[in-house]
Design a protein around this ligand. Structure first.
Ligand SMILES: C[S@@+](CC[C@H](N)C(=O)[O-])C[C@H]1O[C@@H](n2cnc3c(N)ncnc32)[C@H](O)[C@@H]1O
Length: 236
């Protein structure tokens, strides 16, 4: 018998439970209805609604942008006068008004390509949804996630103008506490958010830094990944 979730009865890469959750997920359906490329769009929308990150006309950088739903939200909410630079190691279909760079952001070439797209403009907002390819080995994935978040913070510390904002995805676990401390040192206000659109079973949270204090550290001074220290502070 065919199932509405699998009418072709072909074997799926993911299990039945995953397929069921995905197809019946209200965020997936709403993303489809509104033309977003991914349900991840609603995570940025929620962060914005709570923390007022997106203002028309600003200069924004989207790290780890593919398939592009955050770019779509940025474009909608920042408007046509904004500058939006996005980077991903994967290709991405164009989003009108977004300068996309396909590069590995962890390399000097990747960083240089993003800087070249910015052409010296001071940045008002850095968002990062970068996530590592999961190896299935928890400590490895955790260290990679914190490493990517650290790269994003390092970039923000060197390119944000004073008062600028930052939002970054990072997995809960070892290294989060130290990373959160590093964000707190640079921003007037720091929040740990778990948007409703983020699945409960996902370890991801988002750190939001509001009001960049304006002082930077030399790139790479803290290195990628932090040992020890479980996440501190409440998740809201
Ligand atoms: C969860 S997805 C982003 C989804 C995106 N925010 C959206 O709304 O469509 C994470 C992305 O991070 C990218 N990524 C991971 N490491 C990266 C790196 N070193 N440089 C650039 N992109 C990276 C992955 O290729 C992946 O596309």
């Amino acid at each position: 018998m065919t199932s509405p979730l699998n009418p072709t009865r072909r074997k799926h890469r993911f299990g039945k439970a995953w397929m069921h959750e995905h197809v019946s997920d209200a965020y997936v359906r709403e993303a489809k209805r509104r033309g977003y490329r991914s349900r991840a769009a609603f995570k940025l929308i929620e962060l914005d609604e709570r923390d007022k990150l997106l203002r028309p006309g600003i200069v924004a950088v989207d790290l780890g942008a593919a398939p592009g739903s955050w770019c779509q939200v940025l474009r909608e909410r920042l408007g046509t006068k904004a500058t939006i630079v996005a980077v991903d190691v994967l290709p991405m279909d164009p989003v009108a008004g977004v300068s996309f760079v396909q590069a590995d952001f962890s390399t000097d070439e990747g960083l240089a390509a993003v800087e070249s797209a910015l052409a010296g403009r001071p940045v008002d907002l850095v968002v990062s949804d970068m996530a590592p390819n999961l190896s299935g080995i928890d400590p490895v994935d955790q260290a990679r996630s914190v490493g990517l978040a650290d790269l994003a913070l390092d970039f923000a510390a060197h390119h944000l103008q004073p008062g600028g904002d930052f939002a970054v995805k990072v997995f809960q676990g070892s290294g989060l506490g130290e990373f959160e401390k590093a964000v707190r040192e640079r921003f007037d206000k720091t929040y740990v958010r778990k948007p409703k659109a983020s699945r409960d079973r996902s370890r991801e949270v988002f750190l939001v830094g509001k009001g960049f204090a304006g002082e930077g550290l030399p790139r790479g001074a803290r290195g990628a990944g932090h040992p020890g220290g479980a996440g501190e502070g409440g998740v809201k």
